[in-house]
Ligand binder design. Structure first.
Ligand SMILES: Cc1cc2nc3c(=O)[nH]c(=O)nc-3n(C[C@H](O)[C@H](O)[C@H](O)COP(=O)(O)O)c2cc1C
Length: 191
């Protein structure tokens, strides 16, 4: 699919600092983007740089500036990246305790093509709740980029900083556009 609107949700892990790579990749393919951050992720991102690139305010709360649109943008695809252990587990359970999680819950519910790219260490990834969460998301037709087949594995504990630069932004975008291209005609998730 060429062109569309990509909603990006960033969580509080190191690669959030590099989300401009995803925005730039999307822009090169004629997609528009907007970024929503979890409250904790605000510490990790350069909000001004993101807003300059996307032309949209970074949203993290229900409050918006006077006159700004309050409704969700009409998204053709959703990428949650980096997705923390915390947020992956919450998304699967349907927990909507902040604006980002509410956005994600609604967009997945609307069947908007969704890609999740976790950034977790192997100890967290080994936990039963996380493994169940990944399996449940996949059962819900969410594309979770994780595992040997996806070329993206959890990193050894303590090695997150050195792994950050390898974060698969381009692969995430390709997966999202592929999913968006597979959406049957007549889907009505733009209301
Ligand atoms: C410097 C720093 C780096 C972190 N890196 C990660 C990480 O790579 N993966 C992860 O799942 N959590 C990481 N955390 C923990 C999350 O930030 C924490 O669980 C937070 O509550 C997640 O919030 P969120 O899921 O709402 O964004 C990190 C925390 C800090 C302070």
């Amino acid at each position: 699919m060429t062109g569309g609107h990509l909603q990006i949700v960033v969580c509080a892990a190191g690669p959030a600092a590099d989300v401009t790579q995803l925005i730039t990749t999307a822009m090169q393919q004629s997609w528009t983007t907007a970024v929503t951050a979890t409250p904790s992720a605000l510490e990790f991102i350069d909000m001004e740089a993101i807003e300059r690139l996307t032309g949209h305010p970074v949203r993290s709360t229900y409050r918006s500036s006077p006159g700004a649109r309050r409704s969700l943008p009409a998204a053709d695809a959703l990428i949650i990246a980096p997705a923390t252990y915390n947020s992956v587990n919450k998304i699967t359970l349907g927990i909507a305790d902040n604006y980002a999680m509410t956005t994600v819950a609604e967009l997945i519910g609307r069947r908007v093509p969704t890609v999740v790219v976790p950034f977790v260490n192997a100890a967290l990834a080994a936990r039963a709740p996380f493994q169940r969460a990944v399996a449940d998301l996949r059962a819900e037709r969410v594309r979770v980029l994780l595992g040997t087949d996806d070329g993206w594995e959890p990193h050894p504990p303590g090695s997150g900083n050195s792994r950050q630069k390898a974060f698969p932004w381009a692969t995430a975008f390709e997966a999202a556009t592929r999913l968006a291209g597979e959406v049957p005609a007549g889907r009505t998730d733009r209301s």
